[in-house]
Design a protein around this ligand. Structure first.
Ligand code: URA
Length: 199
């Protein structure tokens, strides 16, 4: 049985691509490992690499603000990334780096078993939803696939750079919050809470 301990060990030992050479920490995830909603970003930045946790820098602070403003229960979400090691100067991960890292993310999804997957930004959308799509075209649209409700929205870092993305992103986050209520209203099993900040 593939479990969390195995995943953490495999990630920390991973040398599948060159990103491991400069990592201070392998950044696996944070939040409730039994959450209903899984947010997926691109890859760790400087703070994430230092602390070993995803979304703890400026983009993460904005993400936390959005989640709090919409009253997402703390145990309703889990946050991860496409790649688990920081790309130099925060560049976008290459296809090769993403491909090498995706098996870890797939295992994480299987372990968390979320009902909703939210792709934060174009990189997450590309590798999770559609290689050819454009974030500006498909954001805010629900896609039901393999038992998961999936949606893409702008990356919180994009909201910090471009004010005009804030309102559409807010609308997308509201849709996610409503979907969570819908799912819980369907007599979904109660969420088991087990927070992690493992790296
Ligand atoms: N941006 C991401 O995509 N992920 C993080 O963990 C931090 C910033």
């Amino acid at each position: 049985m593939y479990d969390w301990n195995q995943l953490v060990e495999d990630c920390n030992n991973c040398r599948r691509c060159d990103l491991h050479k400069q990592r201070k920490n392998c950044v696996i995830g944070r939040g409730n490992v039994n959450a209903r909603v899984m947010f997926i970003g691109e890859g760790p930045g400087e703070q994430e690499d230092l602390q070993g946790l995803p979304f703890v820098g400026p983009a993460g602070q904005l993400l936390d603000l959005l989640l709090d403003a919409l009253s997402f229960p703390k145990d309703s979400y889990y946050i991860a990334n496409i790649v688990k090691c920081r790309p130099p100067l925060n560049r976008v991960p290459t296809d090769e780096e993403a491909e090498q890292c995706l098996p870890f993310l797939r295992r994480q999804v299987i372990l968390v078993k979320p009902r909703i997957i939210v792709c934060l930004g174009a990189t997450a959308m590309k590798y999770v939803i559609d290689r050819e799509a454009r974030i500006t075209h498909i954001r805010g649209q629900w896609i039901e696939r393999k038992g998961y409700w999936m949606i893409a929205t702008f990356h919180p870092a994009a909201l910090l750079r471009d004010e005009s993305k804030k309102i559409p992103a807010w609308e997308d986050f509201k849709k996610v919050r409503l979907k969570l209520d819908e799912i819980m209203g369907e007599g979904d099993f109660p969420v088991k809470t087990q927070f992690t900040n493992i790296s």
